[in-house]
Design a protein around this ligand. Structure first.
Ligand SMILES: [Fe+2]
Length: 277
């Protein structure tokens, strides 16, 4: 069977959606970026000294920013400002996504009858599941020739997240769920292409919640899908998800008396999870 990322389905429908395929769009943006870079280089060739000074300043600023990131990652308890900074430029989008995944994962855990401890772990793992992206994006920032490398690098974010959370003393269960939150039941996920029962239950819960929350959120390259369409897309690829988890996830989202799909409210304890870092 041809392997596909769970979110690739959304781009296989209409001609219009193919034109807006994130990979295609990314390529277009990168080509444009290269062209702009070449134009800028030609334009500035007569004032080399000035450009060189500007570049040095930019590099210094980037180095300073990375240093600050590293210092915050290595530090103990962070302030909310620092926690926000960990998520970088896409901070608000990442925070919102983290809160949604966290709250939904908690409810799915409850629906499955998991213990209080396991459900509370899901709150933490859900909130921090993509924290590895912060370090990845810093490492690849400003490098125009890292297309393939950058993609491979981004696929390492679960492992980077695992290491960050481990360093900060989070439990093995939380770290492990973050490490495997992109694994699929059919073995098409990453970073270890685990299959079936080899994937921890918490990671299976994060996987389902992560995909759904990502689909219903606006992204730079597309608008949010309606919850109904997001659900249909996930059903089409249901072989990737733990069925028991998927059914619990559906029951949570269909709790509304009118049968419509509704996200659970962000739990109060989710707002304080950043303090644990
Ligand atoms: Fe992720």
């Amino acid at each position: 069977m041809k392997k596909k990322d769970s979110r690739s389905k959304e781009w296989t429908g209409s001609k219009k959606s193919k034109e807006n395929h994130p990979k295609k769009k990314q390529k277009i943006q990168i080509i444009e970026s290269k062209e702009n870079g070449e134009k800028a280089q030609k334009k500035n060739s007569g004032k080399k000294k000035k450009t060189s000074t500007g570049q040095k300043k930019q590099e210094k600023q980037k180095a300073y920013t990375r240093h600050k990131d590293d210092a915050q990652l290595k530090g103990g308890r962070s302030s909310y400002r620092n926690s926000r900074h960990l998520f970088g430029a896409k901070m608000s989008e990442q925070l919102e996504h983290g809160e949604n995944v966290s709250s939904l994962a908690y409810e799915v855990g409850r629906e499955l009858g998991l213990s209080d401890e396991a459900c509370n772990d899901l709150i933490v793992a859900g909130f921090f599941h993509d924290i590895g992206k912060a370090q990845i994006s810093s490492a690849t920032e400003g490098k125009n020739t890292m297309l393939v490398e950058e993609m491979n690098s981004v696929r390492q974010h679960p492992r980077v997240g695992y290491d960050i959370l481990k360093r900060h003393g989070f439990s093995e269960e939380i770290c492990r769920d973050v490490l495997y939150h992109h694994e699929n039941m059919d073995g098409s996920g990453y970073p270890e292409s685990l299959e079936g029962a080899n994937i921890p239950l918490g990671a299976c819960i994060l996987r389902v919640c992560d995909v759904f929350c990502a689909l219903i959120q606006d992204r730079p390259y597309r608008s949010a899908f309606s919850p109904e369409n997001a659900m249909k897309m996930m059903i089409e690829e249901v072989e990737k998800y733990n069925l028991k988890v998927f059914l619990a996830f559906q029951r949570v989202l269909h709790r509304s008396p009118d049968g419509s799909i509704s996200m659970p409210e962000v739990r109060p304890e989710v707002r304080g999870v950043w303090k644990k870092l």
